[in-house]
Write a protein that binds this ligand. Sequence first.
Ligand code: TRP
Ligand code: SF4
Length: 405
Amino acid sequence: MNSVVTQQRVLSGMRPTGGLHLGHYHGVLKNWIKLQHEYECFFFVADWHALTTHYEEASTIDGHVWDMVIDWLAAGVNPGSAKLFIQSRVPEHAELHLLLSMVTPLGWLERVPSYKDQQEKLKEKDLSTYGFLGYPLLQSADILMYKAGLVPVGDDQVAHVELTREVARRFNHLYGREAGFEEKAEAAIKKMGKKNGRLYKSLQTRYREKGDHDALDTGRALLDAQQNLTIGDKERLFGYLEGSGRMILVEPESMLTMASRMPGLDGQKMSKSYNNTIPLREDPAVIEQKLRTMPTDPARVRRTDAGNPAKCPVWQLHEVYTDDEVRKWVQEGCTTAGIGCVDCKQPVIDAVLKELEPIRDRAKQFIEDPNTLRAIIAEGCEAARDVARDTMEEVREAIGLSYKN
Ligand code: TRP
Ligand code: SF4
């Protein structure tokens, strides 16, 4: 059911980069896995987004999509709680993107920091395309389609959520102003009953006259709880609370995913571009080999040289993987040359292997049973389309494109 009640809906997307690594697991996936129990979640593969930068390598996208979805599932994203879908399978995203493009000033897109940053960073690619400039707006369409209240993103994406808020506001301003708005809103208040109606009015006054944001939140919660209002009436009353028109598209909040504390094998942030990753489905022998050969404090040339964990990437892994007791053992042993680096790495190796074993097993099941994998996605796409169809109907109607009469 698509409604204005969206505070509890979460939407997030990931570009299909292929198999994921421990950085994704500790940064994004564990967060998704937690959120899926607390909210209604939609997680999707942003395949069109991949095309905005990788249009010359489009043939790699297909494989990357499935590898990524396998890793989501293997990590514990549960298709019974979260809806998992592929962006291009919900073509309504393209329609909403198009309609939003009509009302979005070029300057808003040119000012998004990632526009120039990425062009600088990906110099080898020609990113002076229409699609690349518009990609944050495509993201806005992704978000607004589901009326998501919360969007978990990394800090590089916060500006896109901010753009989304501005676009939603502009859309509502342009198309939420229907004839007889006030009368309709007042009639809707009556439908809430005397007590709730009076409460609504007092919250409205508190917000409009004193800018009291708590009153706004309380007012929204009150509306969320109303059973006998139509979607149209709820949208009116959401907007009327603030003194704007109908709130057709909902302004989302970004929910900052804590930067992954997962260091790579060299102590820098774990990232494919630094070539310092441990992929989730890596062979255990290779993982062990990678960890055994990873660099340590350069001061420890010989086993008898004392070291300093603060200067060692292995220590950063201890901070993720081991408990206080082991860490104390490391601190003492390292600074007194009481333990060797080989000893020091062992608990980390054990912990990483233990963490990845069930993930690898689950991934194997999906690899061996591609039908189940395809069915999970097909189901998620259907659920997403149900919401998307409803939103597009409202959007077309608000603009005046529904041709019903
Ligand atoms: N742009 C995001 C990225 O590059 C992916 C993305 C696309 C997304 N649409 C989204 C994330 C909507 C959150 C919500 O990582
Ligand atoms: Fe690093 Fe551990 Fe070796 Fe110290 S003993 S340098 S913390 S690997």
